[in-house]
Ligand binder design. Sequence first.
Ligand SMILES: [Zn+2]
Length: 299
Amino acid sequence: MAWFTRRSGNEGSAIVPEHEKKRVAEAQAAVPVGSFIKCAECGAILYNRDFERDLKVCSKCGHHHPLTADERIAYTVDENSFTEHDRDLSSVDPLDFPEYKAKAEKGEKNTGRSDTMVRGTATIGGFPVSLLVADFRFMGGSMGSVFGEKFVRAADYAMANRVACVVFVASGGARMQEGLFGLMQMAKTSGSVAQMAQTGTPYIVVLTHPTTGGAWASFAALGDVIYAEPKAYVAFAGARVASQAKQFKEPPNYQTAEFQQEWGKVDRVVPRKEMTTTLTRSLAFFGGKPSSPIDGGGQ
Ligand SMILES: [Zn+2]
């Protein structure tokens, strides 16, 4: 059992490299001091009011600071249109994995929720959607049983109600504390995406910082349309693991949203301010019908 415990302090994300974790932590620690905030990237001092108005994007360097799931929802969907589903679903600890419960409790304290994925219904630009938003602060956005279950329920809701499924990804990959149960979520979510494809249900993915490991190797790479936020870290293996493989010389910045766009894995890198408009355009393209906010009933 020794190898179970040797990575003390690991938050459930073996894929995201330490420097990236540090970057996220620093950015999330960029708390306002009075009326000002310091950009985590360039160090510029910004008015907190302006920073909020700019959706937490630095007006000096354009750095997109991480968002909580609630902030993401508030910045993206029509006002008061979001209804959350399955908020109380929580994973069991199938392997009795050391420190799993403590890490989950920490995640719950960070987010006020019992797992990574936030699932609900909303309207975007008047179009009803089935919405999934991952919160990286809960065990690095890792994919456990609840993550997969909420994904499937969101897809089922989308298919049953003939609306699009939109997912915002921020994940370190499969949740190692659940072992094979974590890995199985890759197959479970991918199967659900296949069902959506078979039923002509639009499935739109937005990659945010960071999207890695099992998430990028399954549902996150399977969207009918894949958008990404600028400079989001998008990779299967972290930089350290990839460099150890030494099978090829890595091109510069190859684990970024921009590189993935250049090579066709991402359809478009979209600044946060343009995200709602962009999603609205996609929903209209897929033939959605604008409606009043949906009631959040169903599953
Ligand atoms: Zn900046």
